[in-house]
Design a protein around this ligand. Structure first.
Ligand code: AHG
Ligand code: MN
Ligand code: MN
Length: 341
């Protein structure tokens, strides 16, 4: 594996892995390279956001009923354009669009379907807080001669053939897995290349950080309230002091916990009757991060069920997400099971 070649470019990392993969045709490599290019373009737009007046509300409302910011639209269009032009996808599903995005006829129809969150944490754009892009890759399951259909788009997370995210923060880091471990690449803006900086990421079995929006405490179910109370009384109860960290950008909260250890929770809450399963989306947020965290030795569940085994019923399905160090996620699940209280 190319994981010990610190500083290798992501392009060479992908080509090396393609050479090591029996029967690889280069199709998957071309798809990933198109994604890398899209993320470089988004990083450029994010970096200059404050300068070219693309900050602020674009005035439209997306399928989630949320105000779309100009950078959301730019990121969404960039991913659509670059992945369509790769000729490797037969359909796309964006958090920003209601339906499956068909590939313009001038491009070949490829064998992959990609779900993506073009800009995660977009409410943080104007405050210059880290935001990101998340993607999740499946092979199509229907006949190549037919148009893509819901069967291709609604596959459980276990069927992913790759997933990843980019954080546009103090540095721009791309973290992804194709099923053989997790690698992180940092963008060197002076040469415009992502270089391997975090080979073979493994998350600690247990952490001391918990991430949850405590403003929603009054809307949580009892097991969640009991778990967070237990964490906060931690030193008295179990001699471990947990620190609260919450950025409000899923990719930033997830990435910190992946490296340092800890647990992130966005449970179902009763705040919004339209979102009884919580705010986060199964297909473009929970599944890709669950794939990554399991590849890094972590755990991801709804509290009751492994995220990767959730059967999707519709493309913008929401889900509770409890994710991070396996021992911490297990403790939460024991509160849900009534084994702890
Ligand atoms: P997005 O910007 O793609 O809609 O995602 C925002 C999500 C996620 O990034 C973050 O974890 C969560 O919203 C924060 O929600 P709260 O502000 O309700 O805590
Ligand atoms: Mn998001
Ligand atoms: Mn988003």
């Amino acid at each position: 594996m190319a994981t010990d070649n610190i500083g290798i470019t992501i392009s060479n990392h992908l080509l090396l892995n393609q050479q090591l993969t029996e029967g690889a045709t280069g199709s998957y490599t071309r798809l990933l390279q198109a994604l890398v290019l899209a993320c470089k373009i988004i990083q450029r737009d994010v970096a200059k956001a404050g300068l070219v007046d693309i900050l602020g509300r674009a005035g439209t409302v997306n399928v989630q009923g949320e105000e779309v910011q100009k950078l959301d639209e730019l990121a969404n269009n960039t991913v659509k354009r670059r992945l369509s032009a790769s000729g490797e996808v037969c359909g796309l599903v964006s958090e920003e669009e209601a339906d499956i995005i068909e590939i313009p006829r001038q491009y070949p129809q490829g064998g992959y379907v990609v779900h993506f969150d073009p800009l995660d944490g977009s409410s943080n754009i104007d405050a210059n807080v880290s935001i990101g892009t998340i993607f999740s890759i499946y092979r199509r399951v229907t006949e190549p001669s037919n148009d893509i259909n819901l069967q291709d788009a609604l596959q459980p997370g276990l069927k992913q053939v790759g997933a990843g995210y980019v954080i546009y923060g103090s540095s721009c880091i791309l973290v992804f897995s194709t099923g053989q471990g997790v690698n992180g690449f940092t963008l060197d803006p002076s040469i415009g290349e992502f270089l391997l900086s975090h080979p073979n990421i493994k998350t600690p079995n247990k952490g001391k950080i918990y991430s949850i929006n405590e403003g929603n405490y009054g809307y949580w179910d009892e097991p969640t309230k009991n778990y967070v109370d237990w964490l906060k009384n931690g030193y008295a109860d179990h001699k471990i002091h947990y620190t609260a960290r919450y950025v409000g950008s899923l990719v930033a909260d997830f990435h910190r916990n992946l490296l340092y250890g800890g647990i992130f929770l966005y449970p179902a809450d009763l705040k919004d009757p339209k979102k009884p399963q919580g705010k986060l989306r199964l297909m473009c947020e929970a599944n890709p991060l669950a794939y990554i965290v399991e590849q890094a030795g972590g755990r991801a569940s709804t509290g009751k069920e492994r995220i990767l085994e959730v059967e999707p019923r519709y493309i913008h399905q929401r889900t509770p997400l409890i994710i991070g160090s396996p021992d911490d996620v297990r403790v939460y699940e024991e509160f849900v099971e009534g084994k702890r209280g």
